[in-house]
Design a protein around this ligand. Structure first.
Ligand code: KIV
Length: 526
């Protein structure tokens, strides 16, 4: 095993040009996993309040709670440096109180360093802590403990004046003795300047790639937190969904098909009609709120059929998205189709009188549609109430391309240069209160994960909206000036009084540009 990571290693890694890896943990098990993976430092963040304890901010987190979680993390950690957040109002009142509280985090919690938020306001406390032997990490930029003063979790140092103040704070914190500084939610050029100006390490979170290290909230990184996740977080897993699915499965009863017929009145597909797949499992939910699920398989091919008689209406089609493509079924009626993604197989939803069904499978689209057509139900169009959804402050209504064209004053042109297999899946009319926009969703009909969805949004406007990311850069789209945002793989430009935004997370800039330039050429059939 590598040797214990110490506070002095932060500076040494910076000098060697090696990146520092820091993640949060709040319990012994997660700490053990991160430690085993070789992270340099574990932050027992007061983010525990939001991602574990159910608070809306970090403000209610107490010293006792931080000691409790830090002690758990200490029990699971051997190599990584353990840094504990000093919670709100445990270091701001007097330096004596700051020392006493930091001392408790170390003596009772096993912390090896503490982190405090702020610049000039906390310098006295930082100096005193360092003087008495307590290593301190600073934290500048977005300060979650100041959320009520600032009025939200907002990006910071976005003006030259504020960037200068942040730089002065970083230099003052270095002078006061901190061994490293977290830079949260600031433009990457500001983070680069600060990183070059200080000799101690900077650890970024939403501050671009040029800090000396990065820190992330682990629960966001693995998709465990069931709440909003900042856009810069690279999610490696969607653990929350796995937990929900496993918990639902746990309560289900394994039954025979005859039990499914008797207890639900629903006639599951006869195994022979789903391309030779055999039924291997049927489960009934614990109670009326769940779904019946019948699974069919042959070798690696699988098809799951879920059936419910009582959608609660807040999630149309359960696992199938509201933007799924409407497809005709050979026996009559319609179904809604979604290609595979990294998280799920190809899916079909059928809304029928008295029941709703979904199928999920790795069979090709044509076989899946054939299985859907063999179901003893008639697929109906999506109920009107399901075609609406909220997107932040705006509403989006699913409509046909014809309706969209009739509803807006600008022409709706589809790109002609699309990747093979891609076509229009669905259209939404978006209303943000200042006139309608249109969003087109373009997908590969038979995709296996791959590129995912290409989204083209159009609305009347004569200039680009204000920049939202420090990483945005100017780019030429043919002869038109535009803007590129790499972390969203998004191009934006204005063409003849029409704002266009094109994004596709799976595409590189040159591929996006080719699609953008092709808009306005021959239109495929809508
Ligand atoms: O509390 C926390 O997890 C933090 C990180 C966001 C840096 O302070």
């Amino acid at each position: 095993m590598k040797s214990k990571f110490r506070t002095r290693d932060f500076k040494e890694k910076k000098q060697r040009g090696e990146k520092i890896a820091m993640l949060t943990a709040y319990d012994a098990n997660m700490a053990r996993l991160l430690d085993r993976a070789g992270v340099d430092a574990i932050l027992v963040g007061d983010s525990v309040g939001m991602v574990v304890l159910g608070f809306e901010t970090t403000v209610p987190v107490t010293l006792e709670a931080m000691i409790h979680h830090t002690a758990a993390v200490s029990r699971g950690t051997e190599r990584a440096l353990i840094v504990a957040d000093m919670p709100f109002m445990t270091y701001e009142t007097t330096t004596a109180e700051a020392v006493r509280n930091a001392g408790r985090l170390m003596q009772e919690g096993g912390a090896e360093a503490v982190k405090v938020e702020g610049g000039s306001a906390v310098l006295e406390a930082v100096k005193r802590l360092v003087d008495v032997g307590i290593p301190v990490m600073g934290h500048l930029g977005l300060l979650p403990q100041s959320v009520h003063r600032v009025g939200g979790f907002l990006r910071q140092a976005t003006t030259p004046h504020d960037a200068d103040i942040l730089l002065a704070d970083a230099l003052a914190l270095e002078e006061a003795g901190v061994f490293a500084i977290v830079l949260e939610a600031i433009p990457s050029d500001v983070a680069r300047t600060v990183t070059a100006a200080v000799s101690i390490a900077t650890i970024g979170i939403g501050a671009g790639p040029e800090c000396d290290g990065q820190v992330l909230v682990t629960n966001d990184m693995i998709g465990l937190f069931d709440g909003p996740v900042p856009p810069f977080v690279k999610q490696y897993a969607h653990v929350a969904e796995t937990v929900t699915a496993s918990a639902q499965d746990q309560g289900a009863r394994e039954v025979d098909l005859s039990d499914v017929r008797r207890e639900t009145g629903f006639e599951p597909i006869a195994p022979g009609t789903v391309g030779g797949l055999d039924r291997y499992r049927a489960v009934l939910p614990r109670d009326d709120s769940g779904e019946t699920l019948v699974a069919y398989a042959d070798g690696l091919e699988f098809l799951n059929l879920g059936e419910t008689r009582s959608w609660n209406g807040d999630a149309p089609f359960g696992p199938v998205g509201v933007q799924a493509e409407e497809v005709p079924l050979t026996g009559g009626g319609v179904a809604y189709y979604e290609p595979a993604s990294q998280d799920h197989g190809r899916r079909i939803a059928i809304h029928a009188a008295g029941t709703d069904l979904y199928l999920e499978s790795n069979l090709p689209r044509s076989r899946l549609l054939a299985a859907a057509a063999a179901l003893p139900v008639q697929g109906l169009p999506m109920p009107a109430a399901w075609t609406f959804r909220r997107v932040g402050a705006a509403t989006a209504e699913r409509v046909s391309l014809e309706t969209a064209r009739a509803s807006v004053s600008f022409p709706i042109e589809l790109p002609s240069d699309l990747p093979a297999g891609f076509g229009l899946a669905s259209v939404e009319l978006v209303d943000a209160g200042y006139g309608a926009g249109v969003t087109l969703y373009l997908r590969d009909e038979d995709a296996d994960a791959g590129i995912g969805t290409i989204r083209l949004h159009l609305e009347a406007a004569s200039e680009l909206p204000p920049a939202t990311s420090a990483d945005q850069s100017s780019v030429d789209i043919g002869v038109l000036p535009g803007r590129f945002t790499p972390d969203r793989s998004q191009l934006e430009w204005i063409d003849g009084g029409l704002y266009r935004s094109l994004d596709a997370p799976g595409l590189a800039l040159d591929e996006l540009l080719a699609i953008a330039i092709s808009i306005g050429a021959d239109e495929p059939d809508g």
